[in-house]
Design a protein around this ligand. Structure first.
Ligand code: FE
Ligand code: FE
Ligand code: ZN
Length: 303
């Protein structure tokens, strides 16, 4: 075999490949090392994890997370970054129960530190739910909470997630997120996580007018503020305010807008993370399987 044919068989340089991964678990003995292995099993080049169960605040000590081994494996595989998601129970917008707000502030401060020690620069946060006190009071409370935990030189950015608007969720419009930025002492420490299911559920038409929606985002918050995309299909029609994720191509958004977003020329280096539901294993009743390997391949190539 000549050198030429060997060269032709070598994989093509990968600079056009999108940063594409999924939510992965962090549990058991392997912890973050297991998260990296799981991401690699999906052919992902980035990933997102929760530092423990998303519904509670029980967390393992940092020295049990196997961070060094995880990073060694990431480097061997050319993975340069990952994302952390704060648990859902953090609700900075609760002005009715002082202890809920205080738990949120304290836990958010710990999550920021954990995120930094684990080697990530992005912590995704659901802005919160005002639980009846009204959007304005909720927004002020979120900003107050962020002002307690962020400083001018915070090494980790808080990425506020765009929300579907179920219940009294704040962050269902780009304007609401901008209002949090405006009340925040260090808005340069904030970013946004743009979730396709949530944006669709809250009423934006990413099916027929993806670029119009992105332009609107750009006018209100600035497109440079998007630090992460969550790529999910939705079980509901636009504007349903439900927040139920569907597998890619299996929901009301469909494959095409999601594919276009993944390959959008304005966001080449921005991680795209799948949070699509596991599906029932046809072989084993009661067991579910992750769709991520299949979906990453599909979103990468379009077929
Ligand atoms: Fe989220
Ligand atoms: Fe999300
Ligand atoms: Zn969601």
């Amino acid at each position: 075999m000549t050198h030429t044919s060997l060269f032709e068989q070598a994989p093509k340089p990968d600079s056009n490949r999108p940063l594409l991964g999924s939510h992965v678990s962090m549990s058991g003995k392997e912890m973050m090392l297991g998260s990296v292995k799981e991401a690699l099993s999906y052919d992902a080049n980035t990933f997102m994890l929760y530092t423990g169960a998303p519904q509670n605040t029980r967390r393992k000590a940092l020295d049990e997370l196997r961070i060094q081994e995880a990073w060694d494996l990431m480097r061997q595989n050319n993975m340069q970054q990952f994302i952390v998601h704060a648990p859902y129970i953090i609700n900075l917008a609760n002005t009715l129960k002082a202890e809920t707000y205080q738990l949120a502030v304290d836990f958010l401060a710990q999550e920021l530190e954990r995120t930094q020690k684990m080697g990530s620069k992005i912590l995704i946060l659901h802005p919160g739910s005002h639980v009846g006190a009204g959007t304005e009071a909720g927004i002020q409370s979120i900003a107050d909470g962020l002002n307690e935990v962020l400083s001018i030189d915070s090494p980790v950015f808080v990425a506020l997630e765009t929300m579907a608007g179920k219940g009294s969720e704040i962050g269902k419009t780009f304007e609401e997120l901008a209002a949090i930025y405006e009340k925040c002492k260090y808005p340069e420490r904030l970013r946004v996580c743009f979730d396709t299911c949530h944006v669709h559920d809250s009423g934006y038409d990413i099916i027929h007018d993806l670029d119009g929606v992105l332009d609107k985002f750009d006018r209100i918050l600035g497109k440079s503020q998007i630090a992460v995309f969550h790529i999910n299909d939705s079980k509901n029609e636009r504007g349903a305010a439900k927040d139920r994720h569907a597998d890619i191509g299996d929901g009301c958004i469909g494959f095409d807008p999601l594919y276009r977003l993944v390959h959008h020329p304005d966001y080449p280096g921005i991680p795209k993370i799948l949070e699509t539901p596991w599906y029932p294993d046809p072989q084993t009743p009661g067991k579910t399987l992750p769709p991520y390997k299949k979906e990453i391949a599909w979103l990468k190539t379009g077929n």
